[in-house]
Design a protein. Sequence first.
Lengths: 302, 302
Amino acid sequence: MSLPDSVRLFEMSPRDGLQNEPGTLVPTATKIALIERLADAGMTHIEAASFVSPRWVPQMGDASDVMTGIQRKEGVTYSALTPNLKGLESAIAARVEEVAVFAAASEAFSHKNINCTIAQSLERFEPVMARASEAGVRVRGYVSCVLGCPYEGDIDPERVAEVAKALWELGCYEISLGDTIGVGTPLKAKRMLDAVNRQIPMNQLAVHFHDTYGQAIANLYAALEEGISVVDASTAGLGGCPYAQGASGNVATEDVLYLLEGLGINTGIDLQAVIDTGYWITAELGRTPGSRVAQAKGRSHT
Amino acid sequence: MSLPDSVRLFEMSPRDGLQNEPGTLVPTATKIALIERLADAGMTHIEAASFVSPRWVPQMGDASDVMTGIQRKEGVTYSALTPNLKGLESAIAARVEEVAVFAAASEAFSHKNINCTIAQSLERFEPVMARASEAGVRVRGYVSCVLGCPYEGDIDPERVAEVAKALWELGCYEISLGDTIGVGTPLKAKRMLDAVNRQIPMNQLAVHFHDTYGQAIANLYAALEEGISVVDASTAGLGGCPYAQGASGNVATEDVLYLLEGLGINTGIDLQAVIDTGYWITAELGRTPGSRVAQAKGRSHT
């Protein structure tokens, strides 16, 4: 059991973060500034937008403007969520180089969230994968509810492995395993990763933890012990938990970076620059960063 | 590397918690009610008061009234901090069965906090230990700054081991290792525990983590992997961090219990009863619980 030398961080705040901030329509220029600041802090993978119907997710209605508006930086991948072919075509038109699709490990969650079975959701991705491949766009896959479901409770790790494998066999280059409601603890995370790793090599897996129950950093440490080296996180913990009022959602990038630095794991990212970006974007949203590291260290005095 | 089957939780909120809540003098009756509620939730070790000069720590000026006022419960140890012989005599008079003394692993912290060298602080405990032994009172030892000091920065694990060993040789039955400013990360915690464990058996060590940088649960998981089975925590995360404004201090008991339950480790404590107690005491203090588990689960609706 040895920890990785370096970790690739996948930044979620512009998409998974802002999409789940209640009651605010963030101006396009602010989103663009956020993405550019994150890239300047050293981030190499930023999920920048979601190409979904603005009827369902009004917060992401300006996805094309965001993607075409950002000053692209060499070495940075700007990705977008594309749940269907229409979204993918818009993403391709906006010069998106990488997209993402998602499926749930819980049948009940799939029904409530996207109104279809898991199998149906996977079927619908087939034309998306084919078109992405044709256009030379890489596809990342998300599996949600990997450590628990708000409707079904515990989720069998074998079920997670099946869904992850299905996305992987469809052609996703990397599968991000999401504890959508943040209920996991370290041994559950390890058992789930073991089950998935019997189907997919560890270096093609990522973890996406939520800190709703304060366990995300511990789960992440356990995942690193298992050999995980790609980690999703959201600056300032942007993106509340829609299933528990007032509770936190995405693990804060600042807290993840502090852990990784303490473990001697390289990310290439400037923690203080991320903290400052977190203070700036949360001020725009009228609140303070949901990161303990940000609260303890404070912003730069410049 | 296997996790313990059960963990003994050492509850800190009435002392380390309330002592560090800024600006409030909690009524004696409220303290007594808190301690009794914690015992009713299944806690077996509660640090209930501190016998120090009220000139220095006005929040603890009613220590004797608290200790004599509580309805003692069979099987529960109510301990108190006694930094000197005078405090110990008052504690004995108040029928305290267990006391605690403390030393820093950082010379600078010792100077700033108690105005003497580490060696002087240890010397001063000699008569305290002798008198406690004579009175049949057990003594617990705290070492502070074991993973970092606000003045010195990093602390050599060997230095921690020396101070811990000195307290142990003075007669402390258990040494609680405190990350006073919450700066530690899991590998640093492991290295520190390894160093101390070369001097003292693991089953006579406890960990006392602060969550200032959001790492306490991860550090705790790493400590459990090392064989630690006694854990200090504070309901609702009571006790802010005096060294970083607005930042959290003690790790919340609720978050610790959630971790332990998820790992299948028994504590004998009712998590929901602790959550409810946390909501009650923080309402008395005019705030909300500093526990993510409490925020996510909410209080009982009865």
